[in-house]
Design a protein around this ligand. Structure first.
Ligand code: AHM
Ligand code: MG
Length: 333
């Protein structure tokens, strides 16, 4: 059987299913191409002198790694000139990035976390790129931050690349989730995981346990019950995994099930969790829901949340439906 490349997959989506238009197809192809260049830089590592700190900080007050800066620049350079975007927003930039005046503007807004899990770069553990695409309403200036503040339900496409033992791109256009593996020799993304699904039930959870003393009561109760194993109220033994790269943890869940959580905690009461809504939680929630899973902030479906700021944070519980339902119920009782 002939192999299906990402380009062919997208053209067929455009032609047969009408799931995307030409501008959206180009947007996804350009992000995917940029991710190949990011993959190349990551794989070179110390050979290219790209490990370590950049010596700068981002808007979130986090120290930037050299590869955070490189990945951000690669994505900006690749996406500026194609005429498919109205503006670009990134974890690494305080304000939306305008399309330079010498290029035409398009109808889509691109948001990304250029290198998620970047604390793992120097220790050679999987990292990733996360992206989300929204429509820019006609006649609206894309650089106005407010235009980005659309609920996750408005996303027209979302995806991530995981730079792991294999480099994979996982994508949703709102009609299922499809995984592509990079064939580095020919430089092509090949469809290897069509129709990925998250099993409803699981015996695996992901949380940073070192924050346990700061959790709110519903999260403590939920995790205590999982830890109680067969003898506890859940009646089965659970296993735990925590990569500290959301992309890698979510990819595991898409492959074999599980629940991923980054709850709000008492250290910073005004900060609901660590992860960012617009370019981490929303795209991942879209993917997980499209794969048959669920995603909430403990109280509400993440995709229904009305964003109030570009870099807003949110508590995250996502993955196998049954588990997300249980922890969400505990927040409501
Ligand atoms: P980053 O986007 O700055 O890399 O931060 C997000 C990452 C997630 O990938 C991961 O789930 C989480 O931070 C890990 O946080 P912690 O170090 O608190 O366990
Ligand atoms: Mg991140």
């Amino acid at each position: 059987m002939s192999r299906i490349s990402l380009s062919r997959f997208l053209i067929e989506q455009q032609r047969k299913n009408n799931a995307i238009d030409a501008e959206l197809r180009l947007s996804i192809e350009v992000v995917a191409r940029a991710c190949k260049a990011i993959n190349h830089a990551i794989r070179k590592g110390a050979l290219a002198g790209v490990l370590g700190e950049a010596g700068t900080g981002n808007i979130q007050g986090e120290a930037q790694k050299k590869l955070d800066v490189i990945a951000n620049e690669v994505l900006l350079d690749a996406n500026e000139w194609g005429g498919h975007l109205a503006a670009i927003a990134s974890e690494e930039m305080e304000h939306p990035h305008p399309i330079p005046t010498d290029y035409p503007k398009g109808g889509y807004l691109l948001l990304f976390d250029p290198l998620d899990g970047s604390s793992n770069i120097d220790v050679n553990i999987s990292v990733g790129t996360i992206f989300s695409l929204l429509r820019c309403p006609d006649g609206v200036d894309g650089t106005d931050e407010k235009v980005f503040l659309q609920p996750g339900t408005q996303q027209v496409a979302a995806g991530y690349t995981v730079y792991g033992p294999q480099t994979m791109l996982v994508l949703t256009l709102g009609n299922g989730v499809h995984g592509f593996t990079l064939d580095a020799e020919i430089g092509s993304w090949i469809l290897t995981h069509p129709n990925m699904t998250v099993p409803e039930e699981t015996k695996e959870f992901a949380i940073n346990m070192s924050n346990m003393r700061h959790w709110e009561a519903p999260v403590k109760r939920y995790i205590d019950e999982l830890l109680a194993g067969k003898e506890g109220p859940r009646g089965k033994d659970y296993n735990m995994r925590w990569v500290a790269s959301m992309v890698a943890d979510v990819h595991r869940i898409l492959t074999r099930g599980g629940i991923f959580t980054y709850p709000r905690d008492a250290r910073e009461p005004n900060k609901p969790g660590k992860l960012r809504l617009m370019y981490e939680a929303n795209p991942m929630s879209f993917i997980i829901e499209q794969a048959g899973g669920a995603a909430t902030n403990g109280h509400q479906r993440i995709l229904d949340l009305q964003p109030t700021a570009l870099h807003e944070r949110v508590a995250v519980f996502l993955g196998s439906k049954r588990e997300v339902e249980v922890v969400t119920r505990y927040h409501q009782s």
